[in-house]
Design a binder for this molecule. Structure first.
Ligand SMILES: [Zn+2]
Length: 255
């Protein structure tokens, strides 16, 4: 049984490994059953630790960096010199690096994990985009940070919007919908529902990412609780998937 879904759209370039965990194959009990990787959802910490080991074993992931996610628009640059996680977990909602020995991770259960791969530099980023982060344009912040730090150009970026709640299920207040349509155009609305994916795509194209270089997961987390955790569909009592990306070492292909 697969315990994660590889992001083939990005792995196809042969320079990065990217994926998102599924909810099966772990040891957590309901309502976290079973591969919950989030530490702050009241699951048994020992189960979470075991689940992470299971995923790392299966994917070959090492040196994972992540952040304490606070629905902000803050981006953290990590490299070998930044402190290891045991000492300091930064508060932020996106991570970027140009080092191949560092894996970047984001935890979600409906929010969009946005994977960024600059195939030229190369460099990577990962973003946690819920409605707050999307409205605050965190994806733009992440690519801007990559441009500043690594010289990344948006036209060289390939972006994947991973499994997340989509317009079929994401009903929001009329007030929030109005805010989004005013900022990002009427195409973000689907009746009384919101497409956070469309709002992010709008931003990415605006800063110069090529439309053809943006892919969106076929999976809506709220429709597919057989595969994924969904905060909305499970009334807030559920686990978290881990989305991850890392640059492969030279002469190493994706697993
Ligand atoms: Zn749906």
């Amino acid at each position: 049984m697969n315990i994660y879904h590889p992001i083939q759209e990005l792995q196809a370039f042969g320079i990065a490994t990217a994926g998102i965990s599924l909810r099966h194959g772990g040891v957590s009990r309901a309502p976290y059953a079973s591969l919950n990787l989030g530490e702050h959802v009241n699951d048994d910490p020992n189960a979470v630790e075991t689940n992470r080991k299971i995923l790392f074993q299966e994917t070959g992931l090492t040196n994972l960096r992540y952040c304490r996610q606070i629905h902000s628009a803050s981006v953290v640059h990590v490299n070998e010199e930044t402190q290891p996680l045991a000492e300091h977990i930064p508060e932020a909602d996106a991570l970027v690096t140009a080092q191949h020995n560092i894996a970047l991770g984001i935890f979600t259960a409906d929010c969009i994990p946005i994977f960024v791969l600059d195939i030229e530099t190369p460099a990577i980023g990962i973003v946690h985009a819920g409605w707050r982060g999307t409205f605050a344009q965190i994806a733009i912040n992440a690519i801007t940070q990559m441009r500043t730090r690594f010289g990344t150009r948006p036209k060289n970026c390939h972006i994947h919007l991973g499994p997340s709640i989509q317009k079929c299920c994401y009903t929001v207040s009329a007030e929030l919908l109005t805010q989004f349509t005013a900022e990002f155009g009427s195409t973000v609305a689907n009746g009384t529902n919101l497409s956070l994916q469309t709002a992010n795509i709008h931003q990415l194209i605006e800063i110069g990412v090529l439309p053809a270089a943006i892919s969106v997961s076929e999976f809506c987390t709220a429709c597919r609780t057989d595969l994924f955790y969904s905060h909305r569909a499970e009334n807030g009592q559920t686990g978290r998937m881990l989305s991850f990306i890392r640059l492969n070492a030279k002469n190493e292909s994706a697993r």
